[in-house]
Design a protein around this ligand. Structure first.
Ligand code: ATR
Length: 274
């Protein structure tokens, strides 16, 4: 019998996690079965307990349960505490353990797959919700020259910057007050792409030859990726690589084995296109 893993979310039908983890299992030869489980809001804790009682070994958690997973985990990694949310759960004895691999996934995709250095670069982060919070710490670990958080609702950007103030050169600005100022890198962690929207950005926000990274992904280039291309970005990409890298880190936590990701990123891109 393979070891059971799953992703829980609402909605979950379009999750790419089963596709990714089944490929990791095939590539590493690990006896892993992976499914997607739809959970109604309010039922998360019960669903986790049911999965565990049925012999489940570990879970990925997606929208809208990452904060609940954080509260549920009795033992949490430092990365989870920094992010304030958990996307990876596993069970040790009676304990539920939690980690957050999202920010790791972003930085791994940037630095290893795309060969982009964060050190000494000016970085603009768009958004101040859960997705943004998950990547602030790992971005600061890359030692940017500065990290500016811009959000439609200014107060959320201020709160987020304040939360990370002792961890690096981070500041906040209202999205609408962004001056035309060329950043080396712009990371979109707003929910705008999911609605087919583009956050309002003045011309000149990204320097020519810079990097535009959308944490969302889609079969077609997102509005933000198109915006990056129009600004003359050297790299304008969606977050499909981040998705695969965060999954690989979860797989490593569960199986103590690092799967190769390049071929899975390519396969997932082809799968999306079809
Ligand atoms: P998530 O956990 O995905 O980050 P969230 O906590 O609801 O979800 O946060 C969504 C983020 O996207 C917020 O930063 C939101 O801005 P507000 O805080 O002002 O609501 C941002 N956002 C959503 N739609 C947007 C849009 N069309 N333009 C700009 N920002 C948008």
């Amino acid at each position: 019998m393979p070891d059971r893993y799953a992703v829980m979310g609402h909605p979950i039908a379009h999750s790419k996690s089963p596709f990714i983890h089944r490929r990791f299992a095939a590539e590493t030869g690990e006896p892993v079965a992976y499914e997607a489980i739809h959970v109604e809001p309010g039922d998360f804790r019960t669903a986790v307990e049911r999965f565990r009682a049925a012999g489940g070994c570990g879970l990925n958690v997606t929208i809208p349960f990452k904060e609940e997973a954080y509260a549920l985990a009795g033992r949490r990694s430092e990365r989870a505490d920094r992010a304030g949310s958990v996307n990876t759960l596993w069970f040790e004895g009676t304990e539920v353990c939690g980690d957050n691999t999202d920010g790791f996934g972003l930085v791994r995709d940037l630095t290893r797959n795309l060969a982009i250095d964060i050190e000494a670069r000016s970085v603009l982060l768009l958004g101040a919700g859960g997705a943004a919070r998950g990547v602030v710490g790992p971005l600061l670990d890359g030692l940017p020259q500065r990290l500016v958080i811009a959000n439609r609702t200014m107060s959320r950007a201020v709160d987020l910057a304040r939360h990370f103030a002792n961890q690096g050169p981070v500041s906040a600005v209202a999205l609408g007050a962004l001056a035309a100022e060329p950043f080396d890198m712009v990371v979109n962690a707003t929910a705008a792409s999911l609605a087919g929207d583009l956050p309002p950005l003045p011309p000149g926000t990204l320097r020519t030859g810079g990097v535009a990274y959308d944490t969302a992904y889609a079969a077609q280039p997102t509005p933000f990726v198109r915006w990056g291309e129009a600004q003359g970005a050297a790299v304008a990409t969606d977050g499909l690589g981040m998705l695969v890298e965060q999954a690989a880190e979860a797989f490593r936590i569960w199986r103590r084995m690092e799967p190769r990701t390049r071929s899975v990123i390519d396969a997932l891109r082809a799968h999306l296109a079809s």
